[in-house]
Design a protein around this ligand. Structure first.
Ligand SMILES: Nc1nc2c(ncn2[C@@H]2O[C@H](COP(=O)(O)OP(=O)(O)OP(=O)(O)O)[C@@H](O)[C@H]2O)c(=O)[nH]1
Ligand SMILES: *[C@@H]1O[C@H](CO)[C@@H](O)[C@H](O)[C@H]1NC(C)=O
Ligand SMILES: *[C@@H]1O[C@H](CO)[C@@H](O)[C@H](O)[C@H]1NC(C)=O
Length: 427
């Protein structure tokens, strides 16, 4: 695409002109026309429905890598953010939890300082309607790994599972497009893919000419380079929305005697300037706990403690670290929550009013919980919970000593209680 190449140079020039790393790629008022003349293409994606909020955040990192690869190759791709909703864990009754834009949970300007992203509704208006040219449903290989040998590959293959899209009277495909019932796709095909996210780049550039392409079941793709510089750039750009951080900060101040000045957790709104040395953050005078329950205890996993076991560990940590307060983030049901309050009457939880819950939704409340956990002097989480992993990363960004972060509860009878891995930021 020689013409696209030219325009993409022009874009880089425009980017340099704006002189700041944190501004959006194009001026917000820029007309759709000039976007199209740049050969702009849209990458949309979705994730297997049962996956939770925190795994979905991880899938975003993989897709951002793919966008970076595509743009390095010269094409002007934009990532369309899949609206949040219909998540299995978001069970608060009577609140509307679909079609939630990313801006309600994350700072869009921060995301945009890493890769160009737009909300789905912006895509609809730029694209001229709720149409997606091509959906690629990713799947594994029906035959598994042949000869036990693992190689990276992508091939068009018959769909293995029942297709979640069906043709309407006009031969458009209908399906779950984040709760946007008007959205239709022109083509749907299945691709078997095995490998890191950027193996999709040649397919998107050479095999497909459609303007908008959606990768469904995008979690099939692996990280280009887990915990490498590119991973961390994207992770650092996933700054929580300011209104949620402010609620968390207010809570810390009011209930936990914790402020950024006292705790040495000063945050820079511009993530590209946030480079806190490990060990510099002190954290508020409280122990923070993430205690994952629900589906984690239904399976009687041996790496998850009983409530009694968890409380015993909490008491011993408070004593060891000389902390008088404990903040608890948990998805425990009502019965367990009551039991927890009985066993630990001094514990503090973030309990939103009905009004606040309506405003922040389950996703926002989870973020506030994570934010408060991220600012504690000492943190302990739950084994292999992505909710806990996201807290680890947040504390790493803030500059905590790893000893205060990479801790997890052990099951009551667990023998080899391996502690979480420390992943260092690559700046
Ligand atoms: N507010 C709040 N919600 C929680 C907490 N723990 C779990 N949840 C809820 O339960 C969901 C499940 O956890 P996620 O980590 O997002 O789901 P996942 O990606 O399947 O990850 P796992 O924890 O590994 O299951 C979260 O998205 C929250 O909605 C918590 O401590 N506080
Ligand atoms: C992409 O195109 C190449 C070259 O034409 C072809 O060999 C390959 O099978 C195609 N891949 C897919 C997934 O369509
Ligand atoms: C809050 O912390 C500060 C600094 O550690 C301390 O001086 C002050 O007494 C604490 N206040 C309360 C109410 O605990």
């Amino acid at each position: 695409h020689p013409v696209c190449g030219l325009v993409s140079n022009w874009f880089q020039g425009g980017h340099q002109l704006s002189a700041s790393n944190s501004g959006p790629w194009w001026r917000p008022g820029q007309s759709a026309e000039s976007r199209f003349s740049s050969c702009g293409r849209y990458l949309l994606y979705d994730v297997n429905p049962p996956e939770g909020f925190n795994l979905r955040r991880d899938v975003y990192i993989r897709l951002a890598s793919l966008i970076k690869t595509l743009r390095k190759n010269g094409d002007d791709w934009v990532l369309v953010l899949p609206p949040w909703g219909r998540l299995y864990h978001w069970q608060s009754p009577n609140i509307h939890q679909i079609r939630i834009p990313w801006g309600e949970f994350f700072s869009l300007t921060s995301l945009q300082a890493n890769v160009p992203v737009i909300e789905y509704e912006e895509f609809i208006s730029e694209n001229g309607g709720p149409f997606i040219d091509q959906v690629l449903v990713l799947q594994n290989y029906a035959e598994g790994w042949t000869d036990g040998k693992w190689e990276e590959k992508v091939d068009e293959r018959p769909c293995i599972e029942k297709l979640m899209y069906s043709k309407d009277k006009q031969s458009f495909y209908r399906g779950w497009f984040w709760g946007y019932e008007d959205t239709r796709a022109r083509h749907v095909t299945c691709l078997s893919a095995q490998g890191h996210a950027s193996i999709m780049a040649p397919i998107l550039q050479k095999n497909i000419t459609a303007t908008s392409v959606m990768l469904d079941r995008a979690e099939t793709l692996l990280h280009d380079h887990y915990a490498g510089k590119d991973y961390w750039d994207t992770r650092r750009s996933m700054v929580f929305a300011k209104h949620l951080r402010l609620i968390g900060d207010e809570f810390r101040k009011k209930h936990l005697n914790s402020t950024d000045e006292m705790d040495r957790t000063i945050y820079n709104e511009d993530w590209t300037r946030m480079k806190a040395k490990l060990g510099t953050a002190k954290g508020g005078p409280y122990l923070a706990v993430h205690l994952r329950r629900k589906d984690f205890i239904w399976g009687h996993r041996e790496d998850v403690p009983s409530l009694k076991g968890a409380v015993k560990k909490i008491h011993s940590l408070m004593k060891k670290h000389n902390l008088g307060q404990v903040f608890i983030a948990t998805d425990a049901d009502e019965e367990e929550s009551r039991e927890l309050k009985r066993l630990l009457p001094e514990s503090v939880r973030f309990e939103p009013s009905a009004e606040d819950l309506d405003l922040f939704k389950d996703g926002g409340v989870a973020i506030i919980d994570q934010w408060i956990c991220a600012h504690a002097r000492f943190f302990i989480g739950t084994s292999v919970s992505t909710f806990s992993f996201r807290i680890h990363e947040e504390r790493e960004i803030l500059g905590f000593d790893p000893k205060t972060t990479y801790n997890r509860f052990c099951g009551d009878k667990e023998k080899d209680c391996e502690q979480p891995t420390h992943w260092k930021i690559v700046y």
